[in-house]
Design a binder for this molecule. Structure first.
Ligand code: PLP
Length: 403
């Protein structure tokens, strides 16, 4: 028997985990399953931006060789300009590392800083890439609360109460997956103050920064905290519906001296990987210049706007479900009256829902949420499909008592 690393015992992936595999089995048996588990726009008919198509096909021969381990220079320049336009100062091309998706750069960023027993403050609920990668590094995710009764904003008092001598960093996911929350400037300023006072690095995952609805304004924490070391993550998977291209990056900002050794470790790791997919990097400048592609999805009449609003309104009509309206991204994290339906195991609820309705959702525990009373809906199918799905979830819940 081959020994599996002890660290892997604590790693879980519910988005593509056992319930997902059951859904695939149903599909193999000819059953049509509505899969609301992954934030993968192309699977729901979102098309490739024309700007990206043209950039790819006019330059493909430039991607034959390994490129710079940090990423192609023109792609890194475009990324620097993009983040400067967001207000981040003091950055240049040497501060950017491009990887095969944010998923890969999160690995580089955490592995380069963590020793066993270090602690990282991670939100609950949380896109579990973060908590799981901390575990893979042999370190400990310590969860701070994002408060449903305050629009799912981080609870700064809870953050302070969880800091110990072992704490190394705070993770922010803004806009948030799974809640769709967008954090206000005052909260970001307070988190920056806490990080500075306690000598902590901030990781800010901003992959949904362009998918903001209702005319709200996104604020990048690195822009308002130039005196704090911040690693900002972003990519093209969501804003340009290019999940399969695997394009993500990180930008290191703040006092250079504080991150000097850390950067050297990141360089070591990225050079071991040789380089990130060069073909996909070719499209970065064109994609970042194509503001209209993303804007057209999030304004009234655009798919992401209309689908979000249709889903939230449909959820509002379901007794025993409450839901904080999302301000960004394409997720909501509704709450079920678990007591009334005797729900003590949210994974079982999701499995029963799958078999009862052929709708696949991810239970709250997949996002490190402790109580068995939430699930996440991905709002990427067309509005009518989502409205019908929510209605069917309501009908299922009506007769459901967990045994
Ligand atoms: N970060 C967040 C908050 C996400 O929701 C996702 C994907 O759903 C990722 C990172 C992964 O992005 P990528 O496709 O760039 O690896």
């Amino acid at each position: 028997m081959i020994h599996s690393s002890d660290r892997m015992q604590y790693v879980h992936s519910d988005i593509r985990g056992p319930i997902f595999r059951e859904a695939l089995e149903l599909q193999n048996n000819g059953i049509n399953v509505l899969k609301l588990n992954t934030g993968n726009p192309a699977a729901f008919g979102f098309k490739m931006p024309e700007s990206v198509y043209n950039a790819l096909h006019s330059q493909e021969l430039r991607a034959l060789g390994y490129c710079d381990f940090r990423g192609m220079p023109e792609a890194r320049s475009a990324i620097v300009e993009y983040h400067k336009s967001r207000g981040i100062t003091g950055i240049d091309e040497d501060d950017v590392f491009i990887g095969n998706g944010v998923s890969e750069v999160v690995n580089f960023a955490l592995q380069s800083m963590l020793d066993s027993d270090d602690e990282v403050l991670v939100p609950t609920p949380c896109y579990s890439l973060w908590s799981n990668t901390v575990r893979v590094c042999g370190a400990k995710p310590v969860f701070y609360l994002c408060d449903e009764s305050s629009d799912w904003y981080p609870d700064c008092k809870d953050i302070i109460s969880k800091i110990t001598p072992k704490t190394r960093a705070i993770v922010l996911i803004n806009p948030n997956n799974p809640t769709g929350a967008l954090y206000p400037r005052e909260i970001l300023l307070e988190i920056a103050r806490i990080a500075k006072e306690n000598n902590l690095l901030i990781f800010s995952d901003e992959i949904y920064d362009k998918l903001v609805i209702d005319g709200k304004k996104f604020v990048s924490i690195a822009a308002i905290a130039p005196d704090v070391p911040v690693v900002t993550m972003n990519g093209l998977s969501k804003s340009h519906c290019l999940c399969g291209f695997r394009v993500g990056w990180m930008v290191i900002s703040g006092p250079k001296e504080a991150t000097r050794d850390y950067r050297e470790s990141i360089i070591k790791l990225t050079t071991l990987r040789l380089c990130s997919n060069a073909l996909a990097q070719l499209v970065i400048p064109a994609a970042l210049a194509d503001v209209e592609y993303t804007d057209s999805m999030v304004r009234p009449g655009g798919r992401i706007y209309e689908q979000s609003r249709a889903t939230v309104s449909a959820l509002d009509r379901i007794p025993d479900i409450s839901c904080v309206k999302n301000s960004a991204a394409f997720y909501v994290f509704p709450k079920i009256d678990a007591k009334k339906h005797n729900i003590t195991d949210d994974r079982k609820f999701a499995r029963d829902l799958l078999h009862g309705t052929h709708i696949l959702v991810v239970p709250g525990s997949g996002f490190e949420w402790e109580t068995p009373d939430h699930f996440r809906i991905v709002m990427l199918p067309e509005a009518e499909v989502l409205e019908d799905a929510v209605k069917r979830i309501g009908e299922f819940l009506d007769g459901y008592v967990q045994k």
